[in-house]
Design a protein around this ligand. Structure first.
Ligand code: PLP
Length: 371
């Protein structure tokens, strides 16, 4: 009598929906003989620069590399401090650590899960060089406020847009506010490759030029190596897949928005705290994240009923073994509260109304006993 398990994300369903077009795109690249740094990658960069409204875009191997290369391009390094939320994926802080800088963690606004500018102010020191604004779950951190703060203090604003391609504030898209914007096309992100891929947007030509060198062994000219670089290129097959999906991204994001709206209706009046859009621009609902004090119990019972859910993120970065020794006295109450109560529910464009209804009905039946 088993019902199908409802996953939290379903990249295979998206690829099945587009199978014919995807296969044609992959075949086109296979036949071309150009597999790395060719016309597909260049076209994707131009299309993503146009889509985000950034002046430049440079593809790379992953969102993690995008963050790392962005900090290198901005010359952030040893002795520098980079302020960021602790309520994010580890790659945000790892990028700072990899360039020899110190990640400094600020607290979040409990209503939006994104940086609280007041906490950022408190984290400033004379060594602060950059701020990484993470646009968590699909909506922007308070960009107008954070940009003004960075401008006043002469800090480089880097956006972590891994969860927010297509989100905007006041009509201006994520990736066009900071000096640099870092994107991931990991297979579960809103724009999804069939493997690893990433990209950095840049406002200034000098940053874009440096990013192109850094991703390609520090080289502009074959066998001339000007700086220490890496092999971090976005390959042509991934670029062709991403171009095809970018053309459909607004529709894919609109389907997520419709799902988020239905969750809002179907879960209203329960003991769950539902996520709120900040109202300053478009939310692209990378995650639909509720809060509940007994979320572990709820998650286990959902799983038993064949419904997946996930905790992004159960251990904030200032409490990770990697960073805890440097942050022993640090107090981030809103971050700790979020880490202890969040639960992300299934959301992806192909999630059927029936599966979503079953998720909501199951939640409604489980909640009274998870009090
Ligand atoms: C996914 C993600 C990354 C890392 O991207 P990868 O492509 O997996 O390396 C970085 N930051 C955030 C907020 C992410 O969600």
């Amino acid at each position: 009598m088993g019902q199908d398990r409802i996953p939290i994300a379903d990249p295979a369903a998206e690829n099945a929906e587009l199978a014919g077009e995807l296969e044609a795109a992959v075949k086109r690249v296979l036949a071309s003989g150009r597999y790395i740094l060719g016309p597909e990658g260049a076209a994707l960069e131009a299309e993503l620069a146009a889509y985000t409204g950034a002046a430049h875009a440079v593809g790379c191997n992953s969102g993690t590399d995008a963050l790392h290369l962005a900090l290198r391009a901005a010359d952030i390094g040893s002795g520098d401090e980079v302020i960021m939320p602790a309520f994010t994926f580890v790659a945000t802080a790892g990028a700072a650590s990899c360039v020899g800088a110190k990640p400094v963690f600020a607290d979040i606004d409990p209503a939006t899960f994104c940086l609280d500018p007041k906490s950022v102010e408190k984290a400033l020191t004379p060594r602060t060089r950059a701020l990484i604004a993470v646009h968590l779950y699909g909506q922007t951190a308070p960009l107008a406020e954070l940009s003004a703060l960075c401008k006043d203090r002469g800090l480089t604003l880097v956006e972590d847009c891994a969860q927010s391609l297509g989100a905007d504030e006041g009509g201006r898209r994520a990736g066009s506010w900071g000096a640099l914007g870092c994107f991931s096309f990991y297979p579960t992100k809103n724009l999804a490759a069939a493997g690893d891929a990433g990209l950095v947007t840049a406002r200034e030509a000098r940053h874009a030029e440096r990013l192109r060198m850094l991703r390609h062994h520090g080289s502009r000219k074959t066998y001339s190596h000007e700086v220490l670089g890496y092999n971090s290129r976005l390959d042509e097959i991934q670029a062709a897949i991403l171009r095809l999906k970018l053309a459909k991204l607004d529709q894919l994001n609109a389907r997520r928005e419709a799902i988020a709206r239905r969750y809002g209706e179907w879960l209203a009046g329960t003991s769950l705290v539902l996520p709120k859009a900040h109202g300053r621009g478009r939310h692209i609902w990378h995650q639909y994240t509720v809060r509940h004090p007994k979320r572990d119990q709820l998650r286990a019972r959902l799983e038993a009923a064949g419904i997946a859910s996930m905790i992004y993120y159960p251990v904030p970065l200032h409490r990770q073994p990697l960073y805890a020794p440097d942050n022993a006295g640090l107090k981030l109450p809103a971050t700790d509260e979020a880490a202890a109560t969040v639960l992300s529910l299934p959301i992806y464009p192909q999630l059927s109304e029936a599966a979503q209804k079953r998720t909501c009905d199951t939640l409604r039946s489980l909640l009274p006993s998870c009090a």
